[in-house]
Design a protein around this ligand. Structure first.
Ligand SMILES: *Cc1c(COP(=O)(O)O)cnc(C)c1O
Length: 237
């Protein structure tokens, strides 16, 4: 048995246990396997172990893997990296979900460029939940206007919010960051019932998925706990 299959088994058990402990419905938390820097063979091993959703950060790398895995059915591709506006067309064409939309210009382009024969593109707004100067993601104060405007775009389905909280925080502060994202989502859902289902919280990674699930995560984005340690950071975008 491959160790990727073992890892998926143990991550799945962690998710189930945390879901149960939080008193949430079984199956309400999805596993996004974050596959940046991983080879098509590693993804294929994960697919054979039952994994369907994969998150990629770098467009060209993702397109190469889609090509390599084009004969494998049932993969759902999620884009989770920073988005340059000259890359939106390929993202709109190739992915089912984008977790990292952080401004209206990008949302407009994704909606315009989503092919008509495909279902609307599922998107999350990436939020700079700790309002750190250095971080990507929109500010909490900008969300209200952004959600109202995105609600008008025909080819997007606004699913919710994503955050990558500052990993240097204490566990208590991290929990508060997740909680803030969850309460922000429920306020937006009340104030903008027309803007989309707003049913999704993309938060939690290998090291903090239990805390994120306790605070309402519906997608945990897990890389190293599924595939092992990543090789040194690469710079492709
Ligand atoms: C790499 C990455 C992850 C996964 O991180 P791990 O600590 O390896 O689980 C999750 N989300 C985003 C946006 C990432 O870039």
């Amino acid at each position: 048995m491959s160790s990727i299959a073992d890892n998926i088994g143990s991550v799945t058990r962690r998710i189930q246990k945390a879901t149960l402990q939080a008193g949430r419905a079984p199956g309400s938390v999805n596993l996004l396997a974050v596959s940046k820097t991983r080879s098509p063979e590693e993804l294929h091993a994960a697919v054979k172990a039952g994994q369907t959703a994969f998150g990629e950060n770098y467009l060209q790398e993702a397109l190469d893997k889609m090509q390599a895995l084009s004969s494998v059915n049932g993969i759902e591709w999620h884009f989770i990296g920073p988005i340059q506006s000259n890359k939106t067309r390929q993202i709109a064409e190739a992915f089912a979900w984008v977790h990292s939309v952080d401004r209206l210009k990008i949302a407009r382009r994704l909606s315009e460029q989503r092919p008509g024969e495909q279902p609307p593109l599922n998107i999350c707004l990436q939020v700079n939940v700790n309002n750190e100067a250095s971080k990507s993601g929109c500010r909490l104060e900008a969300l209200d206007e952004l959600v109202a405007a995105i609600g008008e775009l025909p080819n997007l389905r606004l699913r919710g919010l994503m955050a990558i909280p500052d990993p240097g925080q204490s566990e208590a502060d991290l929990r508060l960051s997740f909680r803030k994202l969850a309460s922000t989502l429920s306020t937006l859902r009340q104030n903008h019932p027309e803007s989309g289902p707003l049913d999704t919280l993309s938060m939690g990674m290998s090291g903090d998925l239990e805390t994120a699930i306790a605070e309402g995560s519906t997608w945990v984005r897990v890389g190293t706990a599924v595939f092992g340690d990543r090789p040194a950071k690469h710079s492709q975008s």
